[in-house]
Design a protein around this ligand. Structure first.
Ligand SMILES: [Zn+2]
Length: 268
């Protein structure tokens, strides 16, 4: 992907008439469309009778359509604020992710506000960052997340982007998008933190030392695993083979599993 004259090269551009003047964006705001499809959301966001738009819509398959050049004000955030600024459309690029939004449980199915039913494997139950109870949310497919990630990376490289925010953060009283199914904090950390080390997969330490008086040594990761020897003594050095959740498979010298938090490693 490449940006030329504030447009994505070789990506469909479907111009929205719902835009303002020139801006110098320093913020990206993530949204969900709460719509039935990317196509229907593009229709809404380019309809002159609705005064709404966004710079980009990303379909569930990860296809990108641009609606407004990145240096032009789009109408995606509405009344909004961040730190000491209000009216975030003036400062931001708006990315809309095709997603039905909040789902309601009905029997074995989960239903969107527009009446479509979704199977359980496409749904997560999570607490929204602005709330204290769980709701049901539609997952974002990996292709869609990857397309958003690559686009944000390109925007950060091209513009002086300092903030990556959710609509739910700049309009917390009104908005729930992109919601807890979207990995917003991970995006921010990976894309904007000074130390980009989180771009790399977790590095496994080579060796660990038993840090508690007695450490159970099991044949499987989990407390349901059978103990295969006497507990390991404090100070025993172990070769670490792999990690599964909170558990490490180690060689002592037979292979077995121990709870990772009871090992002292170079990283801890
Ligand atoms: Zn929004």
């Amino acid at each position: 992907m490449e940006i030329q004259h504030h447009k994505l090269k070789d990506i469909p551009f479907h111009e929205s008439p719902n835009h303002g003047g020139t801006i110098t964006p320093d913020t990206i705001i993530m949204h969900y469309t709460a719509g039935a499809s990317a196509e229907s959301s593009i229709n809404t966001l380019t309809d002159p009778d609705n005064d709404v738009s966004a710079h980009v819509v990303i379909s569930a398959r990860g296809d990108i359509t641009q609606l407004v050049p990145f240096n032009t004000k789009a109408n995606h955030a509405g009344p909004s604020h961040h730190e000491n600024r209000t009216g975030m459309n003036q400062y931001s690029i708006g990315i809309e992710m095709d997603n039905p939004g909040i789902l309601k449980k009905s029997g074995e199915k989960y239903v969107s506000w527009f009446g479509r039913k979704y199977p359980e494997e496409e749904v997560i139950e999570e607490v929204h960052r602005n709330e204290d109870f769980t709701r049901f949310w539609h997952i974002y497919p990996e292709e869609q997340i990857n397309a958003a990630f690559n686009l944000c990376k390109l925007l950060i490289k091209t513009y002086d982007i300092k903030y990556l925010l959710g609509h739910e953060e700049v309009s917390p009283d009104r908005k729930k998008d992109p919601g807890p199914a979207f990995p917003l904090d991970k995006f921010r950390n990976k894309l904007l933190s000074e130390d980009r080390s989180s771009d790399e997969p977790d590095k496994l330490p080579d060796v660990g030392e038993v840090a508690v008086p007695k450490l159970n040594f099991r044949d499987a990761p989990g407390t349901e695993g059978q103990k295969i020897t006497q507990p390991l003594e404090k100070g025993t050095s172990l070769k670490i083979i792999r990690k599964e959740g909170d558990w490490y498979q180690v060689e002592a010298p037979v292979k077995g599993w121990v709870m990772g938090k009871y090992l002292k490693t170079d990283d801890s």
